[in-house]
Design a binder for this molecule. Structure first.
Ligand SMILES: [Zn+2]
Length: 157
């Protein structure tokens, strides 16, 4: 995607919106910093996800959003916060300029964001996602989280 002002080939995606089969993106040129909007056919710019078993499927932002939503059930997190997290992840993936990305990578990105929002939601997501084999690995994760929180608290005091 070249900048229409200076023809520089690299841009940063600021915002992505789906509109009737097209993707509307606000972009900013990495050289001249001018902003412009592109309308892309969904197929042309499709991001492929490589699953654990090696199968490939198109990146589905709704699926990711639903996964986050499930983890956040009855937690004090607003829908808008989750949407922002998904948008942020998608924008980063697009900026990677790779057409295929491992599902584990997306999962880790989602977990990093959830961790900042809510510890319980994070643990729920991680338990589904990382597929904790037993209670010990779950306990390890909780212990890790508790010690991180203590460190954070110590730093802020
Ligand atoms: Zn430019």
């Amino acid at each position: 995607m070249r900048c229409p002002y200076c023809r520089y080939p690299e841009t940063k995606v600021l915002e992505t919106r789906e509109t009737e089969g097209n993707t509307r993106r606000r972009r900013e040129c990495l050289r001249c910093a001018k902003r412009f909007t592109t309308y892309e056919q969904a197929e042309q710019d499709e991001l492929t996800v490589i699953k654990k078993d090696g199968r490939r499927e198109a990146f589905d932002r709704d699926k990711l959003l639903n996964g986050l939503r499930r983890a956040c059930e009855k937690r004090p997190i607003e829908q808008a916060q989750l949407e922002r997290a998904v948008e942020d992840i998608e924008a980063r993936l697009i900026n990677h300029k790779k057409s295929a990305v491992k599902s584990s990578h997306i999962g880790e990105m989602a977990m990093r964001r959830l961790k900042k929002l809510d510890n319980i939601a994070y643990l729920r997501f991680a338990s589904v996602y990382r597929d904790f084999a037993d209670i010990t690995s779950f306990q390890d994760e909780v212990r890790q989280l508790v010690s991180e929180n203590k460190q954070k608290k110590a730093l802020s005091e």
